[in-house]
Design a binder for this molecule. Structure first.
Ligand SMILES: Nc1ncnc2c1ncn2[C@@H]1O[C@H](COP(=O)(O)OP(=O)(O)O)[C@@H](O)[C@H]1O
Ligand SMILES: N[C@@H](CCC(=O)OP(=O)(O)O)C(=O)O
Length: 366
């Protein structure tokens, strides 16, 4: 069988009980299934939720806390308990877990993003099992990934995974919430995530889950745009993940075969970068960028807003609105001087390291 790289996301509801304790039977079931995937030769990364859910009871909370400091304190306690359990259980399969806690900032700063990629790749090459969670204890509310569904989608793009498996407490996406509507119909396969699907998806099903099916759909949409196929559902026993990758899982498969993988520079520009300014371009430049796969040259630029440096990310506006984002090779001061000019109009003392404003490899359409 062809070796695959699989990201497995496990939700709080699939690891803990409502009393704020790790459910060791559930955890062990996942451990057996991950070990079987590894045994079959596949690479695995776990994105494990459950820190808050596993920690709150020990802090004396009767249920999952709602305040930021309550959640952060619970996560600090629960994360250690979770990883302790994983280390103990994986050791019987000679698998060594590595804890990776990420914040939004680790993705939005390009250097940190590249570093996260390098470290995870090194761990995988050495046969280690990365166990990833959000660094809840230090994340500021506005900077979080939203939830671990989105984190798992971004991680699956980062590592160019073959598949993202989102394990939850329900066997897939239904056309309405099956906990409320017994006649709800399950989707076995969805070629893509269309906007109308969001109407059928509601919030979390239990007191420990956070995002519900809505956030899983958002995550699936993101993963697919990054070239990663998705499965949302459940299973039991050591064969469950092998069954899922072979197409026999109990859930919803999303995305067609052969999705194009997106290189990390483009992923970073599209999903993580902060925009430092705006460039306005004419119709010729719009056609070059959108339809002809060309780089943006100064001749097509007629206005510049904001103050940016070379290698910052800017958004580009054409006559018909937002076109996309890209890494700029001119500072805003330089671009104001050269906009509207053709390369041959640059005088000798104006020779720059590049006459390209945004290279096509560092450009993503809106
Ligand atoms: N259309 C839908 N199809 C399936 N489940 C849905 C739908 N809308 C809402 N849900 C709810 O989403 C829940 C799973 O999300 P969540 O509780 O956040 O789990 P997790 O902890 O695994 O992230 C299900 O238990 C279900 O109640
Ligand atoms: N980082 C949080 C995850 C919160 C979250 O997204 O939970 P879930 O919806 O159960 O995947 C934790 O470990 O508690």
């Amino acid at each position: 069988m062809e070796k695959k790289r699989i990201v497995v996301k496990i939700g709080s509801s699939s690891l803990t009980n409502a009393k704020g304790q790790i459910d060791h039977e559930k955890l062990l079931d996942h451990v057996h299934a991950v070990a079987a995937l590894r045994e079959a030769g596949h690479e695995v990364l776990l994105v494990s939720s459950g820190a808050v859910a596993a920690g709150f009871a020990r802090l004396g909370y009767p249920s999952r806390p709602t305040t930021l400091k309550g959640k952060q304190a619970a996560a600090a306690v629960g994360q250690s308990l979770l990883v302790q359990s994983y280390i103990a259980q994986f050791s019987q399969f000679d698998l060594i877990p590595a804890q990776i806690l990420l914040t939004r900032n680790d993705f939005s700063k390009q250097e940190r993003y590249k570093n996260a990629y390098a470290t995870i790749t090194e761990l995988l090459e050495r046969g280690i099992l990365p166990i990833i969670n959000e660094n809840d204890t230090v994340s500021v509310e506005e900077l979080t990934f939203g939830d671990n569904d989105m984190l798992s989608a971004l991680v699956s793009g980062l590592v160019h995974a073959d598949q993202l498996i989102i394990l939850t407490d329900i066997n897939g996406l239904y056309d309405s919430n099956p906990r409320k509507n017994p006649l709800a119909h399950k989707y076995d396969f969805l070629p893509e995530v269309t906007d109308d699907l969001f109407q059928s998806a509601e919030g979390a099903g239990t007191k420990v889950g956070t995002g519900g099916m809505k956030s899983k759909l958002m995550a699936a949409k993101t993963a697919i745009s990054l070239g990663v196929q998705v499965f949302i559902g459940l299973g039991k026993g050591s064969q469950k993940l092998l069954d899922i990758i072979q197409g026999d899982g109990d859930g919803t498969y999303i995305g067609k075969e052969g999705l194009a993988s997106i290189n990390n520079s483009r992923q970073w520009i599209a999903f993580h970068s902060e925009v430092s300014g705006t460039i306005f371009v004419d119709q010729g430049a719009e056609d070059a960028l959108l339809y002809n796969g060309k780089s943006l040259l100064p001749a097509g630029v007629y206005d510049v807003k904001g103050s940016f440096e070379k290698c910052d990310v800017v958004e580009v506006i054409g006559p018909n609105g937002l076109l996309g984002k890209g890494e700029v090779l001119f500072s805003s001061t330089e671009l104001k001087k050269f906009m509207g000019k053709r390369s041959e109009e640059f005088s000798k003392d104006e020779v720059l390291s590049s006459n390209v404003v945004i290279h096509r490899n560092k450009w993503v359409k809106a």
